[in-house]
Design a protein around this ligand. Structure first.
Ligand code: GMT
Length: 372
């Protein structure tokens, strides 16, 4: 098949998932064309049947807001025609689904039919999409998609609650390449973070408000009172200064490291003992799944799709949003002795296998085949 994939090229889960999907499809022999404004971060390997088409947005003094959506729709038309694509798979509704609708209509005039599949990822529905400013276009373009998928049951339900959706939404869970995340820890790296064999706690995100990164610091503060430990923050974003400030206030600067955005998350996860994800909402929580795949149990909040991937008492624990005390207690329960920790680690790794890439890619292929 010749598949067009449209996504955000950033470190966000939707872009990561879309890129990994494209890479896996290409490895299975499909031709994959990424259409986006920058090379996707996880597109780090050369695969001969992957193509990347950059969307350029010409500026003009009149444009206070350069029209990305128009440039994107035009690029889609161009790529679809010149590469004879069979279908377009757009990740994240805004503005990808509406740009795809425009491209589809343009091509219809030229007697070319292009099926559009829209995958909803979370904030395109639960946060941004619900905003009155966007809602009519989001509703319309989702309904106009030939197929709609959501990354969890929870997101499917949220979409039906928030929008008047006239079609079925199919749940296709996010996936992880378990093989890639089954790394042995790099001992020198581990020693540099935890020289005295301390437990290593991790948090990876885009540090947006909804990730509640200051709760991560608060939880860690409680944990390190009970168990010698270190915390590694991976990623960057608007709430990083608040998290750093809290570390200073709590005098934890020697215990906590901010390493910024990193591409080799599998090497970082390999040295971890516990992943903290106290978000206000996660439609799925791809970062939590990647952690589990690396054998790192997860203490998270009882929200969204996290309930669908974490098994409390086995692969981690779930607590209410903002309940720092419960989150800390759960973290201590997992970390306090070697045997318990190892049981959680192996159960986390085993459970992640359900979401292995090899189980999910054929589901997408089957979906595509329905439209050929
Ligand atoms: O979480 C973010 O801020 C990034 C966002 C995105 O669109 O990239 O992530 C969403 O999609 C991911 C992949 O499907 C999910 O794993 C995340 O849970 C979801 N984020 C939210 O729902 C807040």
């Amino acid at each position: 098949m010749r598949i067009g994939i449209v996504c955000y090229p950033t470190f966000g889960g939707s872009g990561v998932l879309a890129t990994e999907l494209g890479k896996a499809l290409a490895q299975k022999g499909h031709q994959v064309h990424f259409i986006t404004y920058r090379e996707p971060v996880r597109l780090d390997v050369y695969v001969p049947n992957i193509f990347y088409h950059e969307v350029h947005v010409p500026t003009y003094p009149l444009f206070d807001y350069p029209p990305y959506e128009t440039a994107l729709a035009s690029t889609m038309v161009d790529v679809i025609k010149n590469n004879e694509l069979d279908l377009l798979h757009v990740h994240y509704a805004i503005p990808h689904a509406s740009a795809a609708y425009m491209a589809k209509k343009i091509l219809e005039k030229e007697n070319k039919r292009i099926p559009v599949i829209t995958t909803l990822h979370g904030t395109d529905i639960t946060l941004v999409g619900r905003d009155k400013t966007y809602a009519p276009v989001v509703t319309f373009s989702i309904n106009e998609s030939d197929a709609i998928t959501a990354v969890s049951e929870n997101l499917r339900e949220e979409t039906f609650k928030s929008f008047k959706i006239e079609k079925e939404i199919e749940v296709i869970y996010n996936f992880v390449d378990v093989n890639r995340f089954s790394r042995k820890p790099i001992e020198v790296f581990k020693k540099s973070i935890a020289p005295n064999g301390e437990r290593i706690l991790l948090h990876i995100s885009n540090f947006r408000r909804l990730k509640r990164v200051t709760d991560v610091v608060k939880v860690f503060s409680e944990v390190q009172k009970a168990i010698p430990s270190k915390l590694l923050f991976v990623g960057d974003g608007p709430e990083r200064p608040a998290a750093e400030e809290l570390c200073r206030q709590l005098e934890l600067c020697d215990e906590i490291k901010f390493v910024g955005r990193q591409e080799q998350v599998e090497d970082i996860l390999a040295i971890g003992d516990l992943f903290l994800l106290p978000s206000e909402y996660e439609s799925f929580g791809l970062a939590a799944l990647e952690a589990m795949a690396a054998g790192v149990p997860v203490v998270a909040t009882n929200v969204g799709g996290l309930k669908e991937i974490i098994v409390p008492g086995e692969t981690g624990f779930l607590a209410d949003v903002g309940d720092v005390i419960a989150l800390s207690r759960f973290a201590i329960t997992i970390l306090k002795n070697e045997e318990t920790l190892n049981t959680f680690k192996s159960k986390a790794a085993a459970h992640a296998r359900i979401f292995d890439i090899h189980n999910i890619i054929p589901v997408y292929e089957k979906l595509y085949e329905r439209f050929l």
